[in-house]
Design a protein around this ligand. Structure first.
Ligand SMILES: [Zn+2]
Length: 61
């Protein structure tokens, strides 16, 4: 799936460049405020994305 991450700090939305196929967590730097965001992708996120065929929105923790 392709995740869209909303920055908790400034609200900037950005697309994760790589495809995510399994539950994992990783870090992403916000392109707007340059804050480091920890992203958690759960199995639920992935199955929801597969069920809808759409991009899944993920909120940075
Ligand atoms: Zn930000």
């Amino acid at each position: 799936m392709r995740a869209i991450v909303t920055c908790e700090c400034c609200g900037h939305r950005q697309t994760v460049a790589r495809a995510i196929r399994k539950p994992e967590s990783f870090y992403l730097v916000c392109h707007d405020c340059e804050r480091s965001l920890r992203i958690e992708v759960t199995a639920e996120d992935i199955s929801a994305a597969q069920a809808s065929g759409a991009r899944s929105a993920t909120t940075a923790a």
